[in-house]
Design a protein around this ligand. Structure first.
Ligand code: ZN
Length: 133
């Protein structure tokens, strides 16, 4: 794992949250992206080397909407940048971590992603992401 790639925050209104984070970080949202198959709308901000991903569910059945219904808005996941997502997935599986998919999926921001179940990581949802070159 190379570094924290971004921190994902679940929000109920991405427009309102985008404005708040733009003020907080004093920098504009540089990208918004709909990831249709995951039922999520995303907005990204960057401050220094660090990225924040805001996530809003597109329907009540989306994982983000369910998360907010259960826990309210807040930090949803921590994403780590990896060079070879398949190798990291195999390594983590070997170590006994529970992965949420057997294959990497196409995520937002030109990434291949895979999530590690929070029960494997002390209650924190972990995302692996590899930049698609
Ligand atoms: Zn993410």
């Amino acid at each position: 794992m190379n570094k924290v790639e971004h921190i994902g925050i679940a929000v109920s209104d991405i427009g309102i949250a985008g404005n708040i984070y733009e003020k907080l970080l004093n920098t504009p949202v540089y990208k918004t992206e709909l990831v249709e198959q995951e039922g999520v709308e995303t907005a990204f901000l960057q401050t220094g080397p660090n990225k924040i991903e805001l996530l809003q569910g597109t329907n009540d059945d989306s994982p983000i909407a369910k998360f907010i219904a259960k826990k309210g808005e807040g930090i949803h996941h921590i994403a780590f940048d990896v060079d070879d997502i398949k190798a990291e997935m195999a390594r983590l599986k070997q170590e006994g971590f529970v992965l949420l998919s057997d294959e990497p999926k196409r995520g937002a921001d030109n990434k291949l992603v895979c999530f590690v179940h929070p029960k494997s990581a002390n209650g924190v949802l972990i995302e692996l992401c590899q930049e698609i070159k």
